[in-house]
Write a protein of this length. Structure first.
Length: 317
């Protein structure tokens, strides 16, 4: 344990969504994970038991609201309520992956804005602060009336891609919404950008329309925040090859990889898909084409700086 925190002023807990990442973060910070148990009644209700005192402590809870989304979210809400009732000084929620972030606006009549609902639930339950990584829509930060620290995965992905020493690179956004993300990577790689102009007739379905930018003879790097069913990435990679790209790599911060995603990646022209460990991948999804980078150091540094009341703006770059 780091001598800085031997007084127990900083406590770190994790629930069931991504324990390996939490263990890495704890090792980086130099504190042990706090003791707690998550169990279920016979009807499926979640029960939380915190097995050590948290009174007057700065508590950080690591939990991605990934699949099973509702179970992981409910675990988190119940745990935050337990911390509040146990008199924790501050309750800091670390969400490497923010589930429901894609439901951030009303695209059609009578739709909910579930990203806002989740923000309300976290605040009402007792959260003091949220630390998250690559929100699908940055404006979700405005859904909270508590501090939110929004970390970026692009520098980590870019550093890895730069280390491959690829030639004639073009960084491609798979849609108009991701242009800023692509621009950030392109600026770091000193490369031009391209844009896939697509429409989405139904959720999780994409249809490529055309490609904006000079692709022919170049190595294309597709970059996105989330890869879910991989339909967009597969179509985009195929379109880039048809447009004359030499080869295609892909990067995404959050590997949701649901449904047919793994099969689509395997059958796509993508040479390598680079993701982070914001979501824990089961063994059946750990295929040779996928490289997973750790965000433990980034999140651990953010937690340390928050606890010590230091600026974390340097981590946004």
């Amino acid at each position: 344990m780091s001598s800085t925190y031997q007084d127990g002023s900083l406590q770190l807990f994790t629930l069931n969504s991504n324990r390996p990442l939490a263990e890495e973060i704890a090792e980086h910070i130099g504190v042990p994970l706090g003791k707690c148990t998550v169990s279920h009644f016979s009807d499926g209700e979640t029960q939380i038991n915190i097995e050590e005192s948290v009174r007057g402590r700065d508590v950080f809870v690591i939990q991605s609201t990934s699949e099973p989304v509702n179970d992981n979210l409910m675990e988190l809400l119940i745990f935050v309520d337990a911390l509040k009732r146990a008199s924790a000084k501050t309750i800091n929620i670390v969400l490497p992956y923010y589930g429901y972030a894609r439901q951030d606006r009303k695209a059609r009549s009578r739709e909910p804005i579930t990203a806002k609902l989740v923000a309300n639930l976290l605040e009402t339950t007792g959260a003091s602060r949220v630390v998250t990584l690559d929100l699908h829509a940055p404006q979700i930060q405005g859904f909270f009336d508590i501090p939110i620290d929004h970390l970026q995965g692009v520098p980590l992905l870019t550093e890895y891609m730069a280390g491959k020493n690829l030639q004639d690179v073009v960084v491609v956004s798979p849609d108009h919404g991701g242009v800023i993300r692509a621009r950030r990577m392109a600026d770091r790689l000193k490369a031009p950008i391209g844009i896939i102009d697509k429409r989405r007739p139904r959720p999780n379905e994409a249809e490529v329309m055309n490609i904006i930018g000079d692709i022919k003879g170049r190595t294309a790097i597709l970059v996105d925040d989330i890869i879910d069913t991989a339909g967009t990435m597969q179509l985009a990679a195929e379109a880039l090859i048809e447009a004359g790209a030499k080869e295609v790599y892909a990067c995404a911060t959050h590997p949701v990889l649901s449904g047919p995603a793994i099969e689509r990646i395997e059958n796509s022209p993508i040479k390598e898909l680079v993701v982070t460990n914001s979501i824990q991948l089961p063994k059946e999804k750990q295929i040779d084409k996928i490289t997973q980078l750790s965000v433990a150091k980034l999140i651990g540094e953010a937690i340390t700086r928050i606890h010590e009341n230091q600026s974390i703006s340097i981590l946004f770059d």
